[in-house]
Design a protein around this ligand. Sequence first.
Ligand SMILES: C[S@@+](CC[C@H](N)C(=O)[O-])C[C@H]1O[C@@H](n2cnc3c(N)ncnc32)[C@H](O)[C@@H]1O
Length: 184
Amino acid sequence: MRGVVLAAALAAPWMAQNALAQNSEYANKLAPYVASPTRVMDRMLELANMKPGETLYDLGCGDGRILIAAVEKYKVKAVGVEISPRLVARAKAAIAKAGVQDRARVIQGDVLNTDPDGADVVYLYLSTRLNEQLRPRLEAHLKPGARVVSHDYPVPGWKPTKVEETEGSQRHEIYLYEMPPVKQ
Ligand SMILES: C[S@@+](CC[C@H](N)C(=O)[O-])C[C@H]1O[C@@H](n2cnc3c(N)ncnc32)[C@H](O)[C@@H]1O
């Protein structure tokens, strides 16, 4: 009996972890949901230098705020990729509320399995490790002249065109890259 209890106790953490991994809300969720502060988002969109009609991808788009801001302010098309079904639902509701469904959409999926085809701008707020994993996909799919803006985390192996630190009590870093990237 004691053996059974011990086996169950040992298996419990593994089972819990496995259950989390099976749940698409958490499977391969490699960065937590933290929204870019509005001033950081505004500056990142500004640095991306978007022209009307271009396409922005927000890889890990959270609640979709960036998609809506980009569409409304810069008259671009916007695509979000988000792994959390709960955040996908929130983003879709926000897009509908803003009335921009014709120009903004959200794909539920893993950024490591989604090709940002046709992107002129890629917005990232993930992690250095995830950026590193994404790098080959970005190099393969982004056209010359496309811009990548990353909040707080660099893309290892690429030399940024610009690095900017935001003002204020909470400092944020913005990395701007242009394709094809200069390799470090
Ligand atoms: C730090 S938040 C950034 C949200 C938004 N881009 C912003 O800047 O306000 C990172 C987002 O990436 C999502 N995420 C994490 N791992 C992911 C993955 N492998 N594929 C797609 N989305 C992912 C999280 O659920 C979260 O919403």
